[in-house]
Write a protein that binds this ligand. Structure first.
Ligand code: HAM
Length: 420
């Protein structure tokens, strides 16, 4: 098959059959996030490149290697969003959302993200995230609420075998001293990959993101940020862990967890699934208390997370079946000259809230019945010329096989009566 007939590498089509599973995921998210007081925000799929560079960090893997950046015809540098947080914060500052209502502002979003990564199972160049961002509070109770809501989301979907890793990244008070400590350690460390050799001077924390076994091994002996927190961060982290334990949310402290974004401060977390192989992170997030200020907004502590839809569906396997909604009625025409009558009847039924469809290709009655079965129709209306002339149509209950003749004047009522 010519390449033009294939979706680009690292992207995929979500076809009927699978799209119902996606819808279910979205519905569960919407229901749970709504119950916790979140409102939806929709931001553009691309932003000025600087929006992401500033938030995510120049030394990050995402900014260095994974962004889809292009120049538009007006000479602007634009980037397809690799994540949602930067855009939400940009929108929060642009529209001064903090001033228009009580804080914190709770927002959720869903949509495609784009990262130029090497595609493999569970890793795509275009993928879907559902995420939340809460802006305007640094209270540890909020951290606990956000993490336990994430937990509830996974539980509702029926995901099993998950581990929630948690760490604290410190704050501008305690991080500089820690970075100095880490740099001193790295000065005499051996076994770093060439890229991390470079990061050693520019952004040593990013070395924790490196997947190279040599770097990982070296860092095992490195000083850890969570052992070097200031009193306030220490207290904050302690409270978050305590509140989560009280709420029955199991977490594991992973002192190597720094996550791939420069914007994180204090609480960070990541949820991993036991049955996904290498791409096992099904969601992650953390606090980004300084980010709103970086965009010129007022000091605004904030926290959020995003989950990867493809990975969640992979982890669920067949355990999630999106309901393929069956039709209420399929209209079978015995004589094809009656298709215009079927069209009129379909309009009347739909206007009454009844889902219905009909044949448009001139199939035989037998294959129209097959079509009705394929569409899981609960009932079938048979439009025959003789009955129709007398103002009657045959209605069959597809479950029981019972048939009745109903009047064309009261079709909607008759169908509804049969559906209950
Ligand atoms: P992230 O950890 O980069 O965080 O992405 C969140 C989730 O998106 C991952 O846990 C994973 O499930 C999914 N994901 C990431 N990359 C890919 C990929 N190439 N293919 C498939 N799925 C992928 C963020 O994006 C942060 N913005 C989260 C956040 C929100 N932090 C604070 N607020």
């Amino acid at each position: 098959m010519a390449d033009i007939m294939k979706a680009p590498r690292g992207t995929r089509d979500i076809l009927p059959g699978e799209s119902e599973r996606w819808e279910l995921l979205n519905n569960v998210a919407q229901e749970i996030f709504g119950r916790y007081g979140y409102s939806r925000i929709v931001t553009p799929t691309f932003e000025l490149t600087d929006v992401f560079q500033r938030a995510i960090g120049q030394e990050s893997e995402i900014v260095q290697k994974q962004m889809y950046t292009f120049q538009d015809k007006g000479g602007r540098s634009l980037t397809l969003r690799p994540e949602g947080t930067a855009s939400v914060v940009r929108a929060y500052v642009e529209h001064n959302l903090g001033a228009s209502g009580p804080l914190p502002v709770k927002l959720y979003y869903g949509g495609q993200m784009f990262r130029y990564e090497r595609p493999q199972a569970g890793r795509y160049r275009e993928f879907w995230q559902l995420g939340v961002e809460v802006l305007g509070s640094d209270d540890p109770t909020l951290d606990a609420e956000v993490i336990s809501m994430l937990n509830e989301f996974y539980e509702t979907l029926g995901l099993k075998g998950l581990v929630t890793l948690i760490n604290s990244m410190g704050c501008p008070e305690c991080r500089p001293a820690y970075i100095k400590l880490l740099s001193d350690f790295l000065d005499s460390a051996e076994g770093l990959c060439p890229e991390c050799e470079g990061r050693r001077k520019t952004n040593p924390l990013r070395i924790f993101d490196c997947k190279q076994p040599g770097c990982h091994e070296t860092l095992k002996d490195a000083p850890k940020i969570s052992d070097n927190l200031c009193e306030s961060c220490e207290r904050h982290f302690g409270s978050v862990k305590e509140l989560l334990a009280d709420a029955g949310v199991q977490t594991e402290h992973d002192e190597m967890l720094v996550r791939g974004f420069d914007y994180y401060q204090r609480t960070t977390f990541e949820v991993q699934s036991g049955n996904l192989g290498a791409q096992n992170a099904i969601g992650g997030g953390g606090r980004y208390d300084g980010l709103v200020e970086q965009y010129g907004g007022p000091p605004t502590p904030a926290i959020g997370f995003a989950v990867g839809c493809e990975r969640i569906l992979l982890a669920l396997g067949d355990n999630i079946k999106g309901e393929v909604a069956g039709l209420d009625v399929f209209i079978v025409v015995i004589d094809h000259t009656m298709r215009k009558d079927a069209f009129r009847i379909a309009r009347t039924l739909r206007a009454a809230g009844i889902s219905c469809d009909m044949d448009f290709t001139g199939r035989s009655v037998k294959s129209q019945m097959k079509q009705a079965n394929k569409r899981a129709a609960k009932s079938v209306l048979f439009l025959g010329p003789d009955e129709f002339e007398q103002g009657k149509i045959k209605l069959r209950n597809m479950e029981s096989g019972d048939e009745t003749e109903v009047s064309t004047d009261s079709l909607a009522g008759a169908v509804k009566g049969m559906l209950v």
